[in-house]
Design a protein around this ligand. Sequence first.
Ligand code: SAH
Length: 399
Amino acid sequence: MRTDLNFDIIKIMNTVKVSRVAEKKIKQGICVLDGADFTGLEWTDTEVNLISERGSFLGTAYLSQQNKGIGWLVSRESIDLEQPFFESILCQAKHKRQHFKDSTTTTAYRIFNQDGDGFGGLSIERYNDYAVFSWYNPFVYSIKEKIVEAFRVVYPEILGAYEKIRFKGLTYDSAHLYGQEAPDTFSILENGVTYQVFLNDGLMTGIFLDQHDVRASLVDGLAAGKTVLNMFSYTAAFSVAAAIGGASHTTSVDLAKRSRELSAAHFLANNLPMDRHQLVVMDVFDYFKYAKRHGLSFDVIVLDPPSFARNKKQTFSVAKDYHKLIAQSVEILSSGGIIIASTNASNVNPDRFKREIEKGLAGVKHQYLASHRLPSDFVYNKNDESSNYLKVFTIQVQK
Ligand code: SAH
């Protein structure tokens, strides 16, 4: 016999009262929770309700330590972080990327991007028929089954997936997650150019997808007939794009020994003979000296350093040292040459980056030809400019 008692399942959730500063940010739509705005937190790695000092509900969030912040606001509504919620945000994210899905010339792109797609701490990339999940903190990792189940409902066409662990504390950083295993290395396409990728070898995959648009500008002829120097080249993806776009010579410089073999694989995948493409394993600052000593000059120089780097001799940070890269580049740049200045440092906004560039140019006549931000598959949080982290300027320098 049915009783008339209705039992609602009430989820008991911890409640966190936030400071005025944090409340203001939440109301602005900033999702990352800054540790500096929270003191005396009793919990971590859990879902919480955020309330104002006066006790009004501000949103659903979760707490978990990661390199950026101590957690994420997920929604201004009261929601359950269960499979239906993830299905809904994954569906919306898929819908936004329809033109990538339909493309026959680009087969690798980001299909879910953190707070830009409604859930910070998670990103998912697609490489042909395989997906790569990045978990940025222990909480997201702890609920990964729900996320993966939701994903498999929304993306039945994905054959298999891998995971990357982007927080400290586990014994591994990359693993197979579900479904078919991908070959150790295989080819993807971007703007018709082939790149060799690997989905289960450390955190990297052989290509940084956020540079789609900059590589497109090179494929489209920015470096046609020109000599290109690609600094911090990793797998030389910019050089390959430039070569396909008609560059006469490319030189790729990276201090990681492995970069040489990975770069050669990208060139080979496009049937580009290596005779006009040089791969140099060297510190970029040593290469600048080498180039000056040998009287080398280049028509296009690409500068895309890590935000911070430390080697035996020195530390480098984009915020303080980028101007040195520009100044050194000007010395070995041909007359009328082009510098492609790029950074992904989220602590350096476009104005500050431009000031660094101007400092390096030190009054040398120049003109900004183009600028790039994140490509459209890297949907960012429009209310938080720092989530639109990529800044690239194409600058022509008259010497
Ligand atoms: N521009 C690359 C990505 C660069 S990742 C691309 O588009 O794919 C940063 C790279 O800088 C890494 O491969 C790292 O090995 C290299 N690196 C860091 N410090 C360096 C230095 N001082 N000299 C040369 N390479 C360096």
